[in-house]
Every structure is written in C-alpha cells, then in structure tokens.
Design a protein around this ligand. Sequence first.
Ligand SMILES: Cc1cc2nc3c(=O)[nH]c(=O)nc-3n(C[C@H](O)[C@H](O)[C@H](O)COP(=O)(O)OP(=O)(O)OC[C@H]3O[C@@H](n4cnc5c(N)ncnc54)[C@H](O)[C@@H]3O)c2cc1C
Length: 565
Amino acid sequence: MLLLNPKTFTSGNQDPRFDGIISKTIEFFEHKGLKKIKDDDHQRNWYADFLEFVKKERIFSTLLTPAGYGDKDTRWDTWRIARYSELLAFYGLAYWYTWQVSILGLGPIWMSENVQLKKRAAELLEQGEVFAFGLSERDHGADIYATEMCLTPQENGTYRANGSKYYIGNGNIAQMVSTFGKMADSGEYVFFIANYLHEKYDCVKNIIASQSYVAEYALHDYPVSEEDILSKGQDAWDAVLNTVNIGKYNLGMASIGICTHAFYEAMNHAAHRRLYNMYVTDFPHVRQMFTDAYVRLVAMKLFALRAADYMRIASPEDRRYLLYNPMVKMKVTTQGEEVINLLWDIIAAKGFEKDTYFEMAARDIRALPKLEGTVHVNVALILKFMANYFFKPAKYPDVPGQSESRNDDFLFKQGPTRGLGKIHFHDYKLIYGCFDLPNIEIFKKQIRLLKLLLFIAGPSVQQRKDIDFLLTLGELFTLVVYGQLILENARIYKIGDDTVDQIFDCLVRDFSSLALQLHSKPGSTWRQMRLCKKMVKKPAQDNDRVNRMWKDHVITLKDRYIMNL
Ligand SMILES: Cc1cc2nc3c(=O)[nH]c(=O)nc-3n(C[C@H](O)[C@H](O)[C@H](O)COP(=O)(O)OP(=O)(O)OC[C@H]3O[C@@H](n4cnc5c(N)ncnc54)[C@H](O)[C@@H]3O)c2cc1C
C-alpha cells in the first residue's frame, strides 16, 4: 500500500540501519501514545523526550551527515529524509519541525568551503545536537534583499555582529545557528555561525504559542572571526536559495504524514458511527468526500515521491527539480489542506475533540503552505518555467525510481541560482500519451486549451504586471505538471486504472474551477474568457468505477491503523 501505516511497517532489508531507525521511531511514538502526545501539545511541553531519543539512537547524525563526514551509515539520502519527514509529521508536526529546521540550518554548512565548520557540525550531530537557520527578520518577511543583520569589520581582522532574527526554529538550543547577514561596509552578503550559548547571543523570546520554540534572537556586538564564516557574497546568497530549494521539499512530506494519520482516524470514526440506523459511511456524500480525500492523498504522495527522483538525479545539466520542488511546497501542501477540509466536513464535531489526532492536524496543516516562502512566492517562481515547459521541450534519458541507497552529492554543490530561463523540461505529452482513461482524455483537452490560450491570447504587458492574474494562470500551469509526475509515478508504482482515473476526476474539476477564476479576473480579455469557458469541463461519470474505488480502496482503510493510547 502506498500510504504509510506504522502498524504494518516491515523492513525492506535494503538499508537495515534506516529500517531500524523507522522501527524504533514508531516504537517511541506508539509507546508514548496519543494521550501523552496530545497532553504535551496542549501543555506546550518542550519535546525533550524526543530529542533524548534522537540523541540516543543517533538518528539525525545518520540521516543528516553527508557521506565522508560520519560513519559508514551516514549519508544525505533524499529518499530516507523524505520518508522520515512523513513519519515524524504523522505523529506530530512539532517533532517534524525540530528536524526540518536542523535540515535548513545544516544546508549552508554542508554547502560551505569551511571544512572545520563542517567537521564541527558532524561532531555536534553525533552528540545529538540540533541546528537552526537564521534567515527571516521581523520587518522583511519574504524580502531577504532587505536583510539588516550586519557584520562590522574590526581593526584586528575580526567582526562584530549586530541585528536580530525572527521566527527561527531551534534558535533557543542550537550551537550552530547559520545566520544570514550583510557586511556593514561593502553590503555583500554573508553566512556565519552563531552559538546560542554565547553571552552576546540573546534569545529574546518564543514568538509562537506551541511546543516548538520559534525564536527571536538578537546579536549584540557578537564576535565573529573568519573561522566562523560559512560563505560570502554570491556564495552566501546562493546558499540561502539552494538550502530552501532542498528544505521546502519536506513540507510536502509533512503534509502527507499529517493527512494520512488524520484519514485513518476520520475513517475509523465515521465507519463505526451509526445515525438514523445506518453508518455514516453509507451516506453517498460521505463516500464521495472520503474518495476525494483518498485519491487526493494518493496523488500528493505520487507527485512528491516522483519529485524526489528528480532531486536525486539533478546535476548542472538537469535542474528540473527547481520546478518540481516548489510544487511539492505549494501544491502538495495546499492539497493537504483540501484533504483535511474534506475529512473535517465528514467528522464534524469530532474534529474539535481534544483527545483526537485530528484536532492537531486541523491546526497544523495550515502552517505548511505558509512556511519557507508562501504559496504566492512559489507560484511566482514556477511561472518562470512555463514558456519552456510548454513550448521548448528537451530530450532527457528516462528517469527510473530513485530509491537506492546513495549520497545525494549534487544538493550541496547546486552552484549559481540564476539562469532559470535556461532550464528545459521533457515533453509532458509523452506520459500523458501513455494513458487513455476517460478523465485523462478530458484533462488533455483542457491542457490543449490552456496551451492555445498561451499561444494566441497570452498575458498582455499589463497582465504580466498583475500578480493576481498571473497567480491563477500559474495554478493552472501547476496542474499540468502535477498530473504529469503523478502519471509517471503511477506507472512506477503500478497504480491501478481506477485510482488513476479517479485522481483525474478531481484534477478535471480543479482545472475547471481555476479556468472559471481566470475567466472572472477583472483584466481577462474577451479571447481569454472564451477559451477559459471551453476549459470548464465535467469529469467522465462511471458509477462502477466509483463503487469499486469505495469497496476496494477506501472503506478497506477502516480499522487499519489506530494509534496506541
Ligand atoms: C512557525 C514558523 C516557523 C518558521 N521558521 C523559520 C526558520 O526556522 N527560519 C527562518 O528563517 N524563517 C522561519 N519562518 C519564517 C517563514 O519562512 C516566513 O514567515 C515566510 O517566508 C513568509 O514570510 P512572512 O510570513 O513574513 O510573509 P511576508 O513576507 O510578509 O509576505 C506577505 C504577503 O506578501 C506576499 N509576497 C511576498 N513576496 C512575494 C513575491 N515575491 N511574489 C508574490 N507574493 C509575495 C506573500 O505571499 C504574502 O501573502 C518561520 C515562520 C513560522 C510562522
């Protein structure tokens, strides 16, 4: 089964160390139990038990130390990292968050030329320490050009750091906080290390009310020597963007973990609840919502895992992951919100109860689209690839699934972040052409109309300045790429036709809805409106398929997973 189920996890024997990590982590959380997880969440208890467990089992050290800096089992293996992200969020986003910000904090370190700092990071990982990424500032949000943290050169060749950072996870306990700033004299960018233990490091407060510590910290004349500097100038700037390129992927896996646990819980509740002498799962609208939630979740996972394949084979000549990763970030996480909305409509009042996992999921699922660049920032990024994607495809060798054990070397030498316009993609029509299911046929027509719109009625100069208009266009484009990678992975995972067609039943409806939105934009032209209207289509109806989906795939998830209390 594609969906994670901790109760039926079996070792694959390909990577015994990783299997051991997964088993022990499941054991840790199942032993802790749902009641204690929820108590800690409500009391906002710091997750010291989890950090102690991670330290004892050397988990972050094994999974987050690149090959060459640790023992034989350590490597940066996106496959393992994706799976672990999903598992942690399955039990609680707070546990995932301390892991995620460690990944971000380590990004500029592993990308640096400063070997001593890398060795220090490996030692700290071995000792069970966590890391932090000091990028955001209170007044600037997404606008990192405006960074105010600065290093002032001293006569003896060292520097003094002054400024503050805001929203920094693990900023209360990380001995290596990768801090982004500028040189006070030249204005060039710089990444340096600050230590929360230093007296000039002021951990001001936790900004959010949660188990996690999301710090505001200030540096007051904090001494920095050349040995503390990770990178300068263009390298420092590239390290920011390249770190986020890697890190944003995990937000999608977290969303998948949350939705999977919430799905089991919602199904168990609804399938056992009797109203009017029938089970809630007998209502046709409930079946429809569960089926939608299920296929949307399967689609999220197929897409995200396929995106990991492209991240793993990336090279200076193949940077297609720069389109797929922002989509994991914005599309998978917003689909996660959709899945939770559907489930919540089914379980209604139950979703408020303090003893459920769902209550936590309903809150936490909202965070993922907003962190590490909002949905808007990511759609704006994705739009840069649209012309090459549709009109200038390139030939690439086939990319099989990339689950084997290896270090993903390229991720820490991604190089310059510019040149996005030079990235080409393989022809999306190749995989769409391999399927002739009814809803895929309808979806292909929608794609052709979108392409026609871009060709004969593309955005005017005025519309290109209108982000509101472009965002909807970007979401339509996103759907085409989303469907493409879902199909590629449906083949790899041998997903049955019913499920694939049912996924595209949702995608046809989503496409229609976005086309209507584009049609209704104040600035859309007569020609654009006509084409948008044609894009509004109804999915192919097939009651037999719908019944089979329910019987063979959806209701079968009843009682499959119940967390230990
Ligand atoms: C719980 C939590 C944990 C966090 N952890 C960390 C951390 O560990 N380290 C860290 O450095 N940061 C962290 N952050 C910061 C987070 O990544 C930022 O909040 C995020 O990047 C967005 O910034 P903002 O919320 O200030 O939105 P703003 O930047 O204020 O954006 C406001 C609006 O403008 C839009 N906008 C801005 N720029 C563009 C653009 N180019 N195109 C289109 N629209 C745009 C946005 O989409 C949004 O709608 C954390 C935040 C939270 C809430």
